[in-house]
Design a protein around this ligand. Sequence first.
Ligand code: HEM
Length: 147
Amino acid sequence: MYAWAGGTDAFVRLCEAFYDRARADDLLAPMFAEMDPGHARYVALWLAEVFGGPPVYTEQHGGYAHMLSLHIGRGITEPQRRRWLNLMMDAADDAGLPADPEFRAAFVGYLEWGTRLAASNSQPGADPVRRAPVPRWGWGVAPPYLG
Ligand code: HEM
């Protein structure tokens, strides 16, 4: 899926488009007001790794444990989670990610899974798994039909 999407550059375009939208969003802007200027790129490297790209987030940006630490205690609400997901799908269009049924189905599958975990791990008193590899997501049941 990493190669199908267009590699790291495609995920960087995606995340830049996402944060352009998030910074102007009533529910999300307050959460991202203090973010590190490199944030869009770091999330892009995470997503690139998840979808089969090189393990740059794991090797250079603290991997799963660092990602988790930035969600803990934030108390992400269901409306915020859903908005995050909606803006990421809008950003996929903005950034020209592949729009074929197979890619978008697998892509949204990961985002549904990941946003629900992020929201649940961010609740007060949550006790998430502290150490784990970056997940690796694939095409699932409907890979591209290549004849
Ligand atoms: C599939 C779902 C998600 C993924 C893959 C993801 C990924 C990440 C990653 C990799 C980071 C750390 C970036 C770094 O190394 O600096 C991060 C931070 C963060 N995430 Fe998420 N996230 C997800 C869902 C969410 C949701 C649903 C919210 C809130 C609605 C959220 C809010 C944040 C915030 C506020 C930070 C810290 C930003 C900063 O101040 O630097 N995330 N996320």
